[in-house]
Ligand binder design. Sequence first.
Ligand code: NAI
Ligand code: 3PY
Length: 326
Amino acid sequence: MRPYVYITRKLPDAVIKTLKQKFTVNMWDHEDISVPKDVLLAEAKKADALLTMLTDAVDESVLSAGERLKVIANMAVGFDNVDIEAARRRGIAVCNTPDVLTASTADLTFALLMATARRMEEAARFVKEGKWNSWSPFLLAGQDVHHKTIGIVGMGKIGEAVAKRAGGFDMNILYHNRSQKPEVEHKLGAVYATFDELVSKADFIVCLTPLTPETKNMFTIDVFREMKKTAVFINVSRGPVVNEQDLYEALTTGEIAAAGLDVFEKEPIGREHPLLTLNNVIALPHIGSSTIETRTAMMTLCVENIESILTGKPPKTLVNKEWQPV
Ligand SMILES: NC(=O)C1=CN([C@@H]2O[C@H](COP(=O)(O)OP(=O)(O)OC[C@H]3O[C@@H](n4cnc5c(N)ncnc54)[C@H](O)[C@@H]3O)[C@@H](O)[C@H]2O)C=CC1
Ligand SMILES: O=C(O)C(=O)CO
C-alpha cells in the first residue's frame, strides 16, 4: 500500500506533484478555511504524513489518532501549534520551514515599522477619502526612523535580518535574546541589552521571538509603562506574546505612541476588536512571509521533508532533533 499524505489546505498542484507520483495524496479543498478538527482527526488516523498549517492545532488528540503517522511537516517556522512533546513520545518527526522565509519576513517587519512610524495607512486613507486640502507644515507628521534606536527582542534568523536592514537606516541596534551573540554584535554592530534596558531605551521595540511558555504575555502594561512615550511597538512573532488589553491601554493613555501588528492573540482578529478602532495601530493579517516566492518555497520544503521521511532519508529541517528514523 502506498503511504498516505494528507494536506490541510489547498496547495498548487505544481508544488505537490512529486508527492503524488510516489504517494497517495489527499487535500482539504479550501484555500481560506481551516480544516475542521473532526476531518483532521479522521485523516490523521489514516495518514503516514500530515502537511499542516499554523492554524491547525496538532495536539495530543491528532497525534494519538495517527497510528501510522511518521511526520508532521508544518508550513511555518513557528511550531507552537504542534505538541512537540507528544510527537517525541510517539516517534513522530516534526519539520518546519526556517531560512526560506527569513528575508521576506524581515522585509515585512521593516515595512511595518516604517509604515507605523510614518503613519502610512492613515495618510493613504486621508487621500482616498478626499480629505487632502493643502500641503501643510505638520500634515500627518510621523516619526523619523533613521538614526533612532531599534530594540530587537528575539535575535534569531529574522531578528538578524531585521538588524541588517536597520543598519541601512543608520539605526542604533539593541537586542535581547536567550543568549548573547558576539558574532552578530561584531557583524551588525548590535549591542546586547537586558529586556528592561531594551524596552526603556529603544524607540522601536520589535518582537521576533517564538511563542513559548516563557514568551507568552511578555509584553504587559508594566512593560509598556517602561517604554518611552514616543515608542513604537512592532509584533511579527505570535499574538500571545502580548497582552492585547494592556497594549490597548498603553496606546490610548499615551504610554506608547503606536503599534504595528502582524499577529494577534486570536486570528483572525474580529472586526470589532478595540485595537482596530485606533489610528495609531496598523494591523496586518499575519502576512510576514507572504510573498509568492517565499510561500512557494515553504510549501516545497514541506513536500521535500515528507518525501525524505517517507523514503527513509533525513529531512532538511527537523524541529525535534532527537528524532531517529524507525
Ligand atoms: N508573522 C509572520 O508571518 C511570521 C512570524 N514568525 C515568527 O517569528 C519567530 C522567529 O522566527 P526565526 O527568527 O526564524 O526563529 P529563530 O529560532 O531563528 O529565532 C528566535 C530567537 O528568539 C530567541 N528567544 C527565544 N526565547 C526567547 C526569550 N524568552 N527571550 C528572548 N529571546 C528569545 C531565540 O534565542 C532565537 O534567537 C517564529 O518562531 C515565528 O513565531 C516567523 C515567520 C513569519
Ligand atoms: O512561519 C511562521 O511561523 C509564520 O508565522 C508564517 O510564515
